[in-house]
Design a protein. Structure first.
Length: 428
């Protein structure tokens, strides 16, 4: 919410920065180009750092960079010094916050992943509603220096939010405790990470005194997406198919099979920091191009709303109102998309196509209308369509490439879209 408001509210700062530094619109518009492109380009490095050091540390450091960017920008007297301060520091900071947060949210949820992504995306809309009047007030009543210092204090809240992040295994003990309470009528025999559940009156043929169950090795993941565990004497082999349900087969040395289930997730090898072989998939390139264009249009639209309204002769207060309406609509649309994709009312791919068609049609039609209500309507529908695509991309990424590859696949998508978005607001 806080990081998103930085990009969504730049159009409110546009005229004030241009008048204060007495420069052209092209020079000022390069600032959101830098921040928007770095927001995406930093996706891959941020995910790599999260795998190495944890999402909490990376997001907190990103919040510090964002806050320092505004603080240092408040001291500059030359517009070109805003590039390394506002453009570089804030772009890197928000980039370190954005991608790790999305990957972590998708890791937390499985069944309700669509709703979780919708609520995550709605945070930006809430930021547009909450922070737009605050920034509008700062623009009207404070100098550039004071305004940037206030924004620096506001973005410091990212550090507090990042401190609340928790890794997935933080909740394992609660899951195990709840499961043990629900299975009071069963006795568990634990073998490292694998737990066999047998009814009290049933004796498994594999429960032989000759088998040393404490010698079971730690399960390791195979290339065929299965987990194998065997004891040192090769008496018994456990084959666990990760694609199926919890119930798996235990193959005993006497030829008999026994159904077992997992009480905990088998230990897997640490994910690779780089999996560039996934870039060979053409689907990833299609998604990356779409994500890059839609995210660029999304950010650029917020930049040009206020100048476009001024060019058409509308009062400046209207642009603030439209941004707030877009924020409200964005919240409703993104949460609705999450509910639709979770309940499978409409297939994800069809929602993806409808959102692209809506956004592209709206941006074409807005160039031909001069009425304030039609301009506002097409601005709202166009930006909302882009927001739908941005919300759907993590879901499609998990669905097509699987969650364990998401740090790489989503990072590559962000990296590629960052190069597409570079210079987009300047061109527009």
């Amino acid at each position: 919410m806080v990081a998103g408001s930085v990009h969504r509210s730049f159009s409110l700062l546009f005229d004030k920065l241009q008048n204060h530094f007495d420069t052209s619109a092209q020079i000022i518009s390069f600032l959101p180009s830098m921040t928007a492109s770095l927001l995406m380009i930093m996706g891959m490095p941020a995910n790599m750092l999260s795998l190495k050091f944890g999402a909490r540390r990376v997001v907190m450091f990103g919040g510090l960079c964002t806050s320092m960017g505004f603080l240092v920008a408040s001291t500059v007297n030359n517009v070109y010094l805003l590039y390394p301060t506002y453009g570089l520091l804030i772009g890197i900071g928000t980039g370190l916050v954005f991608s790790p947060s999305i990957v972590l949210v998708n890791s937390y949820f499985e069944r309700y992943r669509g709703i979780a992504n919708g609520m995550f995306g709605a945070g930006g809309g809430i930021g547009g509603i909450v922070y737009t009047p605050i920034i509008r007030y700062c623009v009207d009543n404070y100098a550039i220096k004071d305004m940037f210092m206030i924004l620096s204090a506001m973005t410091m809240n990212i550090i507090v939010c990042g401190a609340l992040f928790r890794p997935i295994n933080f909740y394992d003990k609660y899951y195990l405790r709840r499961r043990q309470r629900n299975e009071n009528n069963k006795s568990d025999v634990k073998l490292d990470n694998v737990t066999f559940e047998e009814e009290k009156e049933h004796q498994s043929p594999c429960k032989q005194d000759s088998i040393d169950k404490t010698a079971i090795k730690q399960p390791t993941e195979g290339i065929d997406n299965k987990v194998y565990a065997d004891n040192q004497d090769d008496h018994v082999v456990y084959v666990i198919d990760l694609k199926t349900s919890d119930a798996v087969e235990l193959s005993c040395e006497d030829g008999k099979n026994e159904r077992i289930s997992l009480a905990t997730t088998p230990t897997k090898s640490s994910p690779k920091l780089l999996e560039f072989e996934l870039a060979r998939d053409p689907v990833l390139w299609i998604y990356s191009i779409t994500y890059g264009i839609m995210s660029s249009c999304f950010v650029s639209s917020y930049v040009i709303i206020a100048p476009h309204f001024n060019q058409l002769g509308f009062p400046s207060e209207y642009s603030s109102t439209v941004i707030q309406i877009i924020g409200c609509t964005d919240i409703i649309i993104r949460i609705s998309i999450g509910i639709v994709t979770t309940t499978n009312i409409i297939d994800k791919d069809n929602v993806y196509r409808i959102a692209i068609l809506t956004a592209s049609t709206s941006f074409i039609l807005i160039t031909f209308v001069k009425n304030i209500y039609l301009v506002s309507f097409f601005a709202i529908t166009g930006i909302s369509g882009c927001g739908c695509v941005i919300t759907l991309m993590p879901l499609l990424c998990c669905h097509v490439f699987k969650l364990k590859h998401m740090p790489t696949t989503f990072g590559l998508m962000c990296l590629f879209s960052g190069f597409i978005s570079f210079g987009f607001p300047t061109i527009m």
